[in-house]
Design a protein. Structure first.
Length: 39
């Protein structure tokens, strides 16, 4: 049971990390796009 719990936690952590990465890239893209428009 403990191993399964750890594996599940690792999977959740991976998902959260991926979501954060996507959000960060998205924000950077939007910021860059806005800068391009105002320039």
């Amino acid at each position: 049971a403990e191993a399964t719990c750890t594996a599940r936690q690792a999977n959740e952590h991976q998902k959260n990390g991926f979501a954060k990465q996507v959000a960060c890239i998205g924000l950077a893209f939007v910021a860059h796009h806005l800068v391009e428009q105002t320039a």
